[in-house]
Design a protein around this ligand. Structure first.
Ligand code: PRP
Ligand code: URA
Length: 209
């Protein structure tokens, strides 16, 4: 695996991804799995978050602890990234959520931006891009480019399934962005879907397929 690419080795991730891929999995269960996988992958991707010392009083007395340094941006890429944000936000309730809307053109496979909620002060210690599928890598690369344009310096990508093509594109465009995924699959097919993948992550979550 190239530098800065971290496919999860966790058995729980492998188990839940297998359920997620199955055609038997209906939207309600699919959404639950996306949420759970996002939490597990976020846990793996955030071992280097900055913390600060803080004093705390327990029922037995005073001691020293650590608290998360402020300034974490969660960036769900609409639509499919929406399913990844809630669970992570519960783990990191102080985070800001910056929505970005992108839709792939079905013919050219290029991402078209239709929404971007630029924060007034886009200053955070790190931004986590949340999008289940890294296919051609066009959407992820465009999202990183937009965040960099806004002045964000430290960015990580968290996804459920990646194609080798998407990893190559994101690394070529933004080698500084670590890629945390549940699995790296075989390839893209001729209409830009990941094989074996899970089909259309947006349609399967929102029942629109
Ligand atoms: C899917 C997915 C990614 C994108 C990945 O979104 O959620 O954002 O495709 O493909 P890429 O790596 O080739 O850019 P889609 O454009 O289908 O929109 P949706 O989430 O609204 O269904
Ligand atoms: N978007 C999806 O939802 N699935 C894929 O396999 C590729 C892009």
């Amino acid at each position: 695996m190239p530098d800065n690419v971290f496919p999860s080795q966790h058995p729980l991730v492998a188990h839940k991804l297998t359920l997620l891929r199955s055609t038997e999995t209906k939207p309600k269960k699919f959404r639950e799995l996306v949420r759970e996988l996002a939490i597990l992958l976020c846990y793996e991707a955030t071992t280097d978050l900055e913390t600060e010392p803080v004093d705390v009083t327990t029922p037995m007395g005073a001691t020293h602890g650590r608290e998360l340094k402020k300034g974490i941006g969660l960036v769900p890429v609409l639509r499919a990234g929406l399913g990844m944000v809630e669970g992570i936000w519960e783990m990191v309730p102080g985070a800001e959520v910056w929505h970005i809307g992108l839709k792939r053109d079905e013919r050219t496979l290029q991402p078209m931006q239709y929404y971007a909620n630029k924060p007034v002060q886009p200053r955070v210690q790190v931004c986590l891009i949340l999008d289940p599928m890294l296919a051609t890598g066009g959407s992820a690369s465009a999202t990183v480019a937009l965040l960099k344009e806004w002045g964000v310096r430290r960015i990580k990508y968290i996804g459920l399934i990646a194609a080798p093509e998407g990893i190559r594109k994101l690394r070529a465009d933004h080698a500084d962005v670590p890629i945390h995924v549940g699995a790296v699959d075989e390839r893209l097919n001729d209409i830009g879907y990941i094989v074996p993948g899970l089909g259309d992550a947006g349609d399967r979550q929102f029942g629109t397929g």
